[in-house]
Ligand binder design. Structure first.
Ligand SMILES: Cc1cc2nc3c(=O)[nH]c(=O)nc-3n(C[C@H](O)[C@H](O)[C@H](O)COP(=O)(O)O)c2cc1C
Length: 168
């Protein structure tokens, strides 16, 4: 029998837990200079697509977008630079309101390192998003790059899978 909505499924690997929910329209809006955040977006799209959701990917551009598709969930992906969420993303989120969303951030600094760590700017962005009536549905995902231009940290695919399984 097919499981009811809301049922948790434990897959054989024992690692991936998916919640059976309604099929969602998911928009992944990502900013990526060197392609690392784009790889994260593509991995996410693949996993969400496999789970039966309908995915649209858009690149964040200067000045925001008026043509962002309707979605049940918006995933915003962005790098941090000079201790800040990059300007294009900060401009982009000014165009958003009333959205259910989740955030992922790519970064080079250690999470508990110095003033260039990603947590504070991510929190500031989420506070701003909330002030515009957007609702965050999950803890932010932080993915580290090993050098400024990448590659992504080891084990990043599992982190993405865990993040995806937390979205509903
Ligand atoms: C000019 C510059 C400044 C950066 N500043 C930071 C920083 O303050 N903190 C940090 O964790 N990473 C920093 N990084 C690393 C970026 O976060 C990293 O290049 C990015 O996440 C890679 O993702 P992308 O390939 O999708 O652009 C910086 C990178 C560049 C090129």
């Amino acid at each position: 029998m097919f499981p009811a909505n809301g049922t948790e499924l434990q897959f054989n690997s024992g690692e991936l837990v998916f919640r059976m929910g309604d099929r969602m329209k998911v928009c992944i809006a990502y900013m990526s200079y060197y392609g690392n955040g784009k790889m994260v977006a593509e991995e996410m799209a693949s996993l969400l697509g496999d789970a039966g959701h309908q995915i649209t990917m858009v690149q964040v551009r200067d000045g925001g977008r008026n043509d962002l598709p309707e979605s049940d969930l918006l995933v915003v992906g962005t790098p941090i630079r000079m201790g800040k969420i990059v300007r294009k993303t900060r401009k982009f989120v000014k165009t958003l309101n009333g959205r259910r969303y989740a955030l992922y951030v790519t970064h080079a600094s250690d999470i508990d390192g110095n003033k260039f760590t990603p947590t504070e700017p991510a929190n500031d962005l989420m506070t701003y998003m909330e002030s515009r009536g957007n609702q965050c549905v999950s803890e932010p995902l932080f993915i580290q790059v090993q050098e400024m231009k990448g590659p992504l940290e080891e084990g990043w695919r599992q982190k993405v899978a865990d993040f995806v399984s937390s979205l509903n």
